[in-house]
Design a protein around this ligand. Sequence first.
Ligand code: FES
Ligand SMILES: [Fe+2]
Length: 373
Amino acid sequence: MPTWVRNCWYVIAWSHEITYAPPKGQVFSRTVLGEPIVVYRTSAGLSALADRCCHRGAPLSKGRVEGDHLRCGYHGLLFDQRGACVAAPGMAAPPRAACVKSYPVVEHNRWVFVWMGDPAQADLTQLPNNYSCCSVDWHYEPGYLHYDTDYRLICDNLLDFSHLSYVHEATLGGSTEIAQAKPEITNLSQPGQRGLRVRREVARVPSPPSYQRIHRFEGEIYRWWDYDFVLPGTLLMRSGGRPAANNTVDRGEVELHSCQTLTPETEHSTHYFFQQSHRSGMGDAELAASMHAMLVRAFDEDKDIISAQAQSLAMAPDFQMLPLHLDRALQQFRQLLAREIAAEHSPAVEVLTPTRPVHPVRTIAVHTEPLLK
Ligand code: FES
Ligand SMILES: [Fe+2]
């Protein structure tokens, strides 16, 4: 059984990674769920195809964009946006069997998503609400990390913030009260969003170094984290803090919105796209750079412990984890994941062959404006 759900939108890139310099589009490649995918942008929007030419298997990302088509850089077969070969050098007509798989692709709030399951089920209502990635009210620097780790271990980490007290003592955490607080966990009920809502608060803790960069708190503060964690592995979080003595939040204090998402590259490696936004109008570029640097430092702390955990687990395939109360959210999410994966592999579900003939084009672009270099 695979470790991931197929009928989901997965982030393959930040929008700015796939630029467009008229008349030529840039060719971009990244592997998702073990499948190398080439994405390119033209005046017609984005296209996503299997990054393996059907002729001799060369990566199409070694080729070039011509108009709205992609030409293989080895023997020159030309493919349209649906993956059908439309021209072959020296042949009057392209070979009928020549095609590569295409993927529904959509650009939404500066994340580029590909749908990895049945194209007929590609469902825009399942896109996460990563609004702060594309809003004049919020400011951030985009981030990306690569892990040589099963994405589920990173989901576990994001579903249990008790680790802030220990892993992030010098960055995001700073207090053992965070680990002692009991989170409130509920199932999400909005259509299209499969996941959990997790809320954690602490009444009186020192302000962490990351907050002091935004606001100089004099005494202890009240902190909260309120986030949705949805399939396939996306965190959408509001968080903040205010003086413990006050019960109102104003713009002088800390209010953050963070969008983070995990895309399995293979069963043992993961792409991690992240940002943490602050409200605009607070010395944006400088604050965003300093917050980003702090976040990268904190996420390196996560990567360090999670990678060490993965190595430890790899050496003990029979190791049984000890469930504790603090694992409640991650256990619920793992159960949801297992149910969804099992449902996709029940006999009623059509199994797609990766090289079946071209399906109708499902290229959807919410933001179609070409990004200039
Ligand atoms: S490998 Fe692509 S045209 Fe030959
Ligand atoms: Fe962390």
